[in-house]
Design a protein around this ligand. Structure first.
Ligand code: ADP
Length: 577
């Protein structure tokens, strides 16, 4: 029989061929084995056993025929039971719904339209069997059978059950919606609230989210139900009888990290869960008939619980729903974890910035004193004419130069932390001629780095508005980098010119160069190129330099090729000559 059923389509084609060939015309269809299904009874049997549901309805709307699949879909064991019922009574067995879940009028059914209008397109019909609460989706194709006079006599409906397909679609949509809600905001409490509102009532009548708090047990962050007065009631219950995190269903899930389904909550279970009589009354009023408690986990830790409750006994949670519920909870858990990690990372960065700002600020005063004393000592030592005093001068000079560098580094650090925290740097802008400043800075570096040659190229004087101390620090940084990242004997060429109202200072070296991939992030704090691992540095200089130059209305840019040297160009608006 199964064979005959699965070959219905080809059998039908066989029938038409048979008719054309004149063999056993009008009553025969061919099977794959080459045999014949010839009798009306056998054709009836084929129809009865067909996988899709088939019904025949007459012009009065009365069901005249239903095959087995149709009877099963309508919730009857025997097709005869369905056919024997008057049409209104039969329809009363169902709640007809459209694709959006809104009530559907009988007249809108594809079969009814075909009956009225002579034809109708196929349509998706959703119906709930009232007796069991079971919901089904069918793609209904109506076809009319006309009397010899042309008037519609019967409508044949074939129903293709798409419930499983629709269920998959619903799950995917739910997960996609959950994903977009959870990914929208870094404020996970807000996201969890929105998630709870989204799953009610399509997935459950109640959705509650509790988070584990290190000190205080569970903290309720979301409660959703369509009825606001019930939400208030639930909040009152939680206030008066807070969930027990040690025992009971909640405690079990928190401990095991495994989901728990309580498909049907019996009166006995309710009484056991209730702390006293009044609590029991409240619990009953909440309509807790079927419960799913899902752990919100991430990286092996239970962060909280997602509790779903159905009040309608016919919609009890079943094991088959666990994959979807588990996936929903997993997404919520990951979102909570990500958002907490982000919060922790932001907080850590803020603490580091605060520390840098305070530390650099506090280091300035003692450093200034050290530098001052060193300069004083150096001046005195230079005046002493004793054997060995040159060595003392040499040591003190080295110490003074190092203290100077440290002072610059600390000042960089302070500027960078100030800028990071959004506080502006108080610039002391003055009008200055660029060439003498450059000469001075180059001179200092030439003395420090005798291994390198410095060249300075410039012609007409260029005047800019700048904070002298910070401008010097920027130049100082560029020159020390040029030396630091090129080998001995290399030339560092500094040019100064003016173009389009901007002073342009170029510092070019023939050193290591910078890998192209590192160029875009080179001015980011603590960022160093991948080819300088062995060379000391903090990755702060360029970041601070760019911020400072930008505050002064200019820009600093780099062009470089690995192995071919680098060019840093600083531009500043000129103020006239
Ligand atoms: P630091 O020099 O302390 O590492 P900077 O912020 O001054 O920090 O520079 C950041 C990075 O840019 C350096 O680590 C280096 O990779 C690259 N860089 C800067 N100047 C040069 C240069 N002249 N030649 C090659 N690489 C450079």
């Amino acid at each position: 029989m199964a064979k005959v059923r699965s070959e219905t389509a080809s059998a039908a084609r066989g029938a038409s061929r048979a008719r054309g060939g004149g063999r056993r015309a009008g009553s025969a269809i061919k099977t794959t084995e080459g045999g014949w299904v010839g009798s009306t009874e056998q054709l009836y049997m084929v129809l009865q056993e067909a996988g899709d549901a088939i019904t025949v309805v007459d012009v009065t709307g009365q069901l005249r025929y239903a095959n087995k699949a149709a009877a099963t879909a309508m919730g009857f064991e025997d097709p005869a039971d369905a056919v024997s019922l008057p049409s209104e009574e039969l329809l009363a067995h169902f709640e007809l719904l459209d694709a959006d879940g809104k009530p559907l009028l009988e007249e809108a059914l594809p079969g009814r339209r075909a009956q009225r209008e002579g034809s109708a397109p196929e349509g998706l019909v959703r119906f709930r069997i009232r007796a069991t609460g079971e919901e089904r989706w069918s793609l209904v194709r109506p076809a009319v059978v006309r009397a010899p006079g042309g008037q519609v006599q019967f409508v044949i409906n074939s129903f293709h059950d798409v419930t499983a397909l629709k269920e998959t679609e619903r799950r995917l949509t739910l997960l996609a919606d959950a994903g977009s809600i959870l990914g929208k905001s870094v404020d996970y409490q807000e996201s969890l609230n929105e998630l709870a509102r989204m799953v009610v009532p399509q997935l459950a009548d109640w959705c509650v989210v509790d988070l584990v708090e290190p000190e205080s047990g569970l903290r309720r962050v979301a409660v959703a139900h369509e009825d606001a007065s019930l939400v208030e009631l639930a909040e009152e219950v939680q206030r008066r009888w807070p969930s027990n995190t040690e025992e009971g269903a909640t405690g079990d899930v928190l401990k095991s990290g495994e989901p728990l389904l309580l498909p049907v909550i019996t009166e006995e279970q309710l009484l056991t869960a209730a702390r006293d009589e009044e609590h029991g009354r409240y619990l009953r009023a909440l309509g807790l008939n079927s419960v799913a408690i899902l752990p919100l986990t991430a990286r092996g830790r239970v962060l909280g619980l997602l509790t779903l409750v159905r009040s309608d006994r016919s919609r009890a949670f079943g094991e088959e729903e666990l994959p979807l519920l588990g996936e929903l909870a997993a997404r919520a858990g990951t979102a909570i974890d990500n958002s907490r990690l982000l919060h922790e990372a932001t907080e850590a960065v803020r603490l580091r910035d605060d520390f840098l700002a305070i530390a650099s600020h506090d280091m300035r005063t003692p450093l200034a004193a050290i530098l001052g004393y060193l300069q004083l000592g150096l001046r005195r030592a230079k005046r002493v004419e004793e054997p060995g005093s040159e060595k003392l001068v040499e040591y003190l000079s080295a110490a003074e130069s190092m203290a100077g560098r440290l002072t610059d580094l600390v000042a960089d650090l302070m500027d960078v932390s100030l800028l990071r925290s959004g506080r502006p740097i108080a610039l002391e802008m003055v009008e200055l001629e660029v060439a003498p400043v450059l000469e001075r800075v180059i001179d200092v570096h030439q003395k420090l780095a005798r291994t390198h040659r410095f060249a300075f190229v410039h012609d007409a004087p260029v005047v800019v508005q700048a904070d002298l101390r910070r401008f010097e620090r920027v130049l100082d940084n560029l020159l020390s980098n040029a030396v630091k990242f090129s080998s001995a004997g290399g030339e560092v060429r500094v040019t100064l010119d003016e173009k389009g109202g901007m002073a342009r200072i170029t510092v070019r070296d023939q050193g290591l160069g910078i890998p192209t991939a590192d160029l875009p992030e080179l001015f980011t704090r603590f960022r160093r190129a991948s080819n300088v691992a062995g060379v000391r540095g903090t990755g702060l200089g360029l970041a601070g330099s760019r911020e400072i130059i930008r505050q002064m209305g200019g820009e600093i840019e780099v062009s470089s090729r690995e192995g071919k040297g680098s060019s840093f160009v600083v531009t500043l608006p000129v103020t006239g000559g």
